[in-house]
Design a protein around this ligand. Structure first.
Ligand SMILES: Nc1nc2c(ncn2[C@@H]2O[C@H](COP(=O)(O)OP(=O)(O)O)[C@@H](O)[C@H]2O)c(=O)[nH]1
Ligand SMILES: [Mg+2]
Length: 445
C-alpha cells in the first residue's frame, strides 16, 4: 500500500459534478503538481477553490477537498477533486494524475485500505457495498446497520460469550481438586454454552430475512398454457408487460418484473406454459420454465378453474412438491369445472384482482414482520456460511455436555467457533479472500 491511488468515485457519464479521489502518502504532492495552489497550506477537512493546470493551460475549474491521515476514509491522506461532470474532463484529470505518479485504483481499493488499515472491519466493509447496491429502503436500512457497526457488535457479543466460556473452563481445569468450583463452573459452562447456541441460532434465523431483504424473492409463475400466467403477471405489475392471448403457447421467453411488497423486492418470472410440444422454439421455453423451478425461492403454480384438472397439472404438482409453493386457482369468474380440491390455495381472477395472492405471499414469508424487525442481520453468503459452520459446532457442544464429556475437551470446539466468528468480522482473514471480496466493489469506492 505504498502507492497513491486514484479513481473516479462518481458514476461515469454526464452530470453536474464528478469526484476524483486520490488516496496515499503522496496524495497532496501529486495533486499539487497539477493544481494552481499549494494544498499543504490548506487545513484538513476543508474544500478549496482553484484550477487544474497542465502546461500552463487551464484544464478545469474545481473544488478540492483535503483530508489528512489518519482521520480519513482510508486512514491515509486523501484529496478529492470536484470537477465539472463529464467524460472528457474527468478522464483528462485522471490521466494527468496517473502521469504524475498515481496508480489506477482497483475496484473497492479505497474500502480495502480502510479495512487493512483497521478503520473498519470486514462486515462493515461488505455493508458499504450492500448500501450502495440497495434497491429498496428496507435493504438500505439493513445495510446502514452493518456500516454503522451494529451488526459487528452483535457478532462480537457472541464472541464474548465464547471467551467467557473458555475462561470458566480454564478455572475448572486449573482447580480440579476443589469440588465446589467444579460444580459451579460446569453449571456456568452449560449456561454459557446454551446462550451461545441460542444466540447463533437467532442470528442464523435472522439471516434468512437478511437474504430476502438483500436479494428479494425470486418467484416463478408456472402452469399449463392458457391458465392465465401472463395475465397474473401483468396484474401483479400493474402493466401490460407480457403478451396475453387466447392462443396457447404465446409466452415463449421468460418475462420478468418486480414489485415491492412490504419493503421486500419480489421478482416475478412469467414462463412458457408447460406442455408437450413439437414446436422447437416453444420447447426451449418449456425446458427453461422447468429449470427455473429449481432456482426459485417461490413457485406460483397456476391452475384453471374453468377446466378439468389434467395429467399435466398433476405432473406439475409433483414437480414442485418440495418447493415453497402457492397453488393459484385462476379464472374464478368463470364456471368451476376443476375437479380437484386443495387444502390450501388462492382463488383469483386475473382480470379482476390479485390482492389475495399478494396477501398470501406476504403471509408465507411473514414480510410485515421482517419489515418491522431490527434489521441487524447477516445477508451475505460468505458470512451466513461461516455462521452455519459455527452453529454446527455449537450444537455439538451441547451434545458433548449432555454426554458428560470431560470439560477440557470442549475448549477446542469453542475456539473453532471463535475463529469462525472472527472470520465474519475479518479479525482473521486470508489475502486471497480479501482480494476476491473487494474485486466485486465498484470502482472509486
Ligand atoms: N375469464 C377470464 N379469463 C382469463 C383470466 N385470466 C386469463 N384469462 C384469459 O385466458 C387467456 C390466456 O391468458 P394468458 O395470461 O395468456 O395465459 P398463459 O398462457 O398462462 O400466460 C387470455 O385470453 C386471457 O384473457 C381470468 O381470470 N378470467
Ligand atoms: Mg403466457
Amino acid at each position: 500500500m505504498d502507492n497513491t491511488i486514484v479513481a473516479i468515485s462518481t458514476a461515469l457519464g454526464v452530470g453536474a459534478i464528478s469526484i476524483i479521489r486520490v488516496s496515499g502518502k503522496d496524495a497532496l504532492d501529486i495533486v499539487n503538481k497539477i493544481f494552481d495552489k499549494d494544498l499543504h497550506e490548506f487545513k484538513a477537512n476543508t474544500i478549496n477553490y482553484g484550477h487544474i493546470i497542465n502546461e500552463g493551460k487551464v484544464i478545469d475549474e474545481v473544488l478540492v477537498s483535503v483530508f489528512l491521515a489518519p482521520k480519513t476514509y482510508t486512514k491515509e491522506d486523501i484529496v478529492e477533486i470536484n470537477s465539472h461532470g463529464g467524460i472528457a474532463v474527468t478522464n483528462k484529470i485522471v490521466e494527468l494524475l496517473l502521469e504524475n505518479g498515481c496508480t489506477q485504483a482497483e475496484p473497492g481499493e479505497f474500502t480495502k485500505r480502510a479495512f487493512l488499515n483497521g478503520r473498519i472491519d470486514l462486515l462493515e466493509a461488505e455493508s458499504v457495498m450492500d448500501l450502495i447496491e440497495a434497491k429498496t429502503d428496507t435493504a438500505r436500512r439493513m445495510a446502514i446497520n452493518g456500516v454503522d457497526g451494529k451488526l459487528s457488535k452483535k457478532i462480537n457479543a457472541i464472541r464474548d460469550l465464547g471467551l467467557d466460556l473458555i475462561s470458566n473452563i480454564e478455572v475448572n481445569i486449573d482447580y480440579p481438586e476443589y469440588e465446589d468450583i467444579e460444580v459451579m463452573t460446569i453449571d456456568k459452562v452449560r449456561d454459557f454454552s446454551e446462550k451461545l447456541n441460542t444466540s447463533i441460532d437467532e442470528l442464523l434465523k435472522d439471516s434468512e430475512s437478511g437474504k430476502l431483504i438483500k436479494e428479494g424473492i425470486d418467484t416463478v409463475i408456472i402452469g399449463r398454457p392458457n391458465v392465465g400466467k401472463s395475465s397474473i403477471l401483468n396484474k401483479l405489475l400493474n402493466e401490460d408487460k407480457a403478451i396475453v392471448t387466447d392462443i396457447p403457447g404465446t409466452t415463449r421467453d421468460v418475462v420478468e418484473g418486480s414489485i415491492r411488497l412490504n419493503g421486500i423486492l419480489i421478482n416475478f418470472l412469467d414462463t412458457a406454459g408447460i406442455r408437450e410440444t413439437d414446436n422447437k422454439v416453444e420447447k426451449i421455453g418449456v425446458d427453461k420454465s422447468l429449470s427455473l423451478i429449481d432456482q426459485a425461492d417461490l413457485v406460483l403454480l397456476v391452475f384453471n378453474n374453468n377446466e378439468k384438472f389434467t395429467k399435466e397439472d398433476e405432473e406439475l404438482l409433483e414437480k414442485t412438491k418440495n418447493k415453497k409453493r402457492i397453488i393459484v386457482i385462476n379464472k374464478m369468474d368463470l364456471d368451476t369445472k376443476i375437479d380437484k380440491e386443495f387444502e390450501d390455495s388462492v382463488k383469483i381472477s386475473a382480470n379482476e384482482d390479485v390482492d389475495p395472492l399478494l396477501k398470501k405471499i406476504n403471509d408465507l414469508f411473514e414480510l410485515d414482520k421482517i419489515n418491522n424487525g431490527d434489521m441487524t442481520y447477516l445477508s451475505n453468503i460468505r458470512t451466513i456460511n461461516l455462521l452455519k459452520q459455527a452453529k454446527k459446532i455449537s450444537k455439538e457442544l451441547i451434545t458433548s455436555l449432555d454426554n458428560d464429556l470431560p470439560i477440557d475437551m470442549l475448549e477446542i470446539d469453542i475456539r473453532n467457533i471463535l475463529d469462525l466468528l472472527g472470520e465474519i468480522t475479518g479479525q482473521k482473514y486470508d489475502n486471497e479472500l480479501i482480494d476476491r471480496l473487494f474485486k466485486n466493489f465498484c470502482l472509486g469506492k
